[in-house]
Design a protein around this ligand. Structure first.
Ligand SMILES: Nc1ncnc2c1ncn2[C@@H]1O[C@H](COP(=O)(O)OP(=O)(O)OP(=O)(O)O)[C@@H](O)[C@H]1O
Ligand SMILES: [Mg+2]
Length: 346
């Protein structure tokens, strides 16, 4: 089965072709980062218009690279949500229309399910069930993944997502957007011990050795950075030390919560995905943790950590192969809790 995947939930237009026999055939991504740079954030209307401009040329390029004609495509998958409504509708309208024109089935995919399954595109992939840490620009959550579409959230951020904390801290330090890679780069020259930033919600409770649960909070960490930069010139030394200390604190929190989650589920596999999973320090720490616990850890290749079409094509393949079929109607869900996805439905 050969599936075309289309991702347009935010500021990246991603397109890919996945083949069940041959694996990923081709993928393309156009990032709108530059388009939104002057505005200090993603402008939804501009994002939607740019997806309209880029999606078809990317689909043509991917089909050409994979030497695939329309009659060789057996299904189409597009991101239904969560994300920006206008941006999502571009992918949904395009995916649904192509499926109608080519007379093939079509499925709408939950963006976070795409991230969650992205490590399965790698050689030696994980198998259900597993425990997952999803860390991106909009989400920080730990989930117990029993099967395709059967996800129980174990904990999530009560305020900022960890990627958002990276982005806001980078902005405070005068580093560029996206903040994650900029902080990681600056941190290479910094002293991670110079600032003892808080590790929110990680203190063990005194009674019975219990811990404060698997929810996260990152807004306090950002406030601590604000305090650290106050009333002093932002020298490159200070920027590097804050970046390193911030990264250390964020990685500590994520690793501690992963350990508790694995204790709770007893899972032997940990899957880590989403933009922040590209972070080298986080990868090193979680590999170390997994060795300590005798658990296997899986990551997507760094380019599939952030938004991409490959993860949508792959999730679409799994759902189409499980028999999911959708009617001609389509829509977008700007908000969509991952626990509400459900298994593949006919
Ligand atoms: N090397 C890195 N270290 C830390 N953070 C990173 C790194 N690379 C990317 N990020 C962060 O990942 C986030 C982008 O990831 P992704 O594209 O998965 O998120 P999103 O699509 O914006 O949000 P969501 O998937 O929740 O809707 C940004 O916050 C970015 O700073
Ligand atoms: Mg994303």
């Amino acid at each position: 089965m050969r599936v075309l995947g289309i991702e347009t939930s935010c500021d990246d237009t991603g397109v890919a072709l996945y083949d069940s026999g041959q694996g990923l055939l081709a993928h393309r991504l156009f990032s709108q980062t530059e388009l939104h740079l002057d505005y200090g954030g993603v402008v939804p209307e501009l994002a939607a218009r740019d997806h309209i401009r880029k999606a078809l040329p990317l689909i043509r390029a991917v089909m050409q690279e994979a030497k695939t004609r329309p009659d060789q495509i057996n299904g189409i998958a597009y991101t239904t949500g969560p994300g920006l409504a206008g941006a999502l509708l571009v992918g949904a309208a395009l995916g649904r229309s192509l499926a109608l024109a080519w007379n093939v089935p079509c499925v709408g995919i939950h963006h976070m399910e795409g991230h969650l399954l992205s490590p399965m595109l790698e050689p030696d992939p994980p198998a259900f069930p597993f425990t997952a840490l999803l860390v991106s620009g909009g989400h920080t959550l730990l989930a117990d993944v029993q099967a395709l579409g059967r996800y129980t959230i174990l904990g999530e951020s009560v305020d900022d997502a960890v990627g958002e904390a990276f982005d806001k801290t980078a902005k405070l330090l005068g580093l560029g957007y996206p903040g994650g890679p900029a902080i990681a780069q600056a941190a290479l020259d910094g002293d991670p011990k110079r600032f003892q930033f808080p590790r929110p919600k990680t203190g063990r409770l005194k009674t019975q050795g219990a811990h404060p649960g698997l929810d996260f909070s990152f807004s306090g960490l950002k406030t601590a950075v604000v305090t650290a930069v106050q009333n002093q010139p932002l020298t490159s030394r200070l920027v590097a030390d804050i970046a390193a200390s911030f990264e250390e604190a964020a990685v500590d929190v994520l690793a501690i919560k992963c350990e508790w989650a694995l204790e709770q589920t007893g899972a032997k596999q940990l899957v880590v995905a989403g933009g922040v999973s590209a972070n080298r320090k986080l990868r090193e720490r979680l590999i170390h943790l997994s060795e300590k616990l005798g658990v296997r850890v899986f990551f997507p290749r760094p380019e599939f950590s952030t938004d991409n079409g490959a993860m949508i094509a792959y999730a679409g393949y799994l759902r189409l192969a499980a028999g999911q079929r959708e009617p001609l109607s389509f829509g977008a869900r700007a908000r969509w809790p991952i626990e509400e996805i459900g298994a593949a439905k006919n």
